[in-house]
Design a protein around this ligand. Structure first.
Ligand SMILES: CC(C)(COP(=O)(O)OP(=O)(O)OC[C@H]1O[C@@H](n2cnc3c(N)ncnc32)[C@H](O)[C@@H]1OP(=O)(O)O)[C@@H](O)C(=O)NCCC(=O)NCCS
Length: 138
């Protein structure tokens, strides 16, 4: 069974294996760095397989706590995709952020229908990517 939590207090880096790989990040954070970014996020929701205690999906938000939040990361491990875990993570995060005015994220055009079904609308954005910082250790 998949269980959800919104705290990282009892999470160990060993529960965070397999992320960023299928997503195609050539250089990606280690489980320890992944845990640090979860700890530093304003809000997180984690999906845990209670049989293995492994984290199989997560979503993060950073926020000013007044008007705005940005959702930088959402991922479900490949063997667990297509089971509504990603949708559940987004719904739970949007619920946690509903007191804010702006809730933004960037995604590829192909994923827009996924977010539209969860109540979000397409927008235009801008970005910079410092690829030499992709491991999060800089
Ligand atoms: C995007 C992602 C989180 C979805 O997680 P998931 O648990 O598979 O999502 P769900 O099971 O809730 O999917 C619900 C629907 O969205 C669709 N969907 C999922 N991922 C999609 C994608 N990348 N592009 C288009 N549609 C997608 C599914 O086909 C499914 O549609 P269906 O019910 O008609 O079959 C997952 O595919 C993932 O981790 N991808 C790699 C990382 C990534 O792209 N993250 C998003 C960055 S913006």
């Amino acid at each position: 069974m998949i269980v959800y939590t919104d705290t990282v207090d009892d999470i160990d880096a060993s529960q965070l294996t397999g992320f960023f790989v299928d997503w195609g990040w050539p250089a990606h954070p280690t489980p320890e760095t992944h845990l640090r970014l979860l700890q530093n996020s304003a809000e997180v929701v984690l999906a845990i397989d209670d049989e293995t205690t492994q984290i199989v999906g997560y979503i993060t938000a950073i926020s000013d706590g007044v008007l705005s939040a940005y959702i930088p990361l959402l991922e479900v491990l490949q063997p667990y995709q297509g089971r509504n875990i990603g949708s559940d993570l987004v719904r739970r995060m949007l619920d946690k952020l509903q007191h804010l005015y702006m809730i933004d994220l960037l995604c590829d055009a192909g994923v827009q229908p996924f977010y539209e079904r969860l109540g979000m609308q397409p927008a235009t954005g801008m970005l910079i990517r410092n690829y030499n910082q992709q491991t999060g250790t800089g």
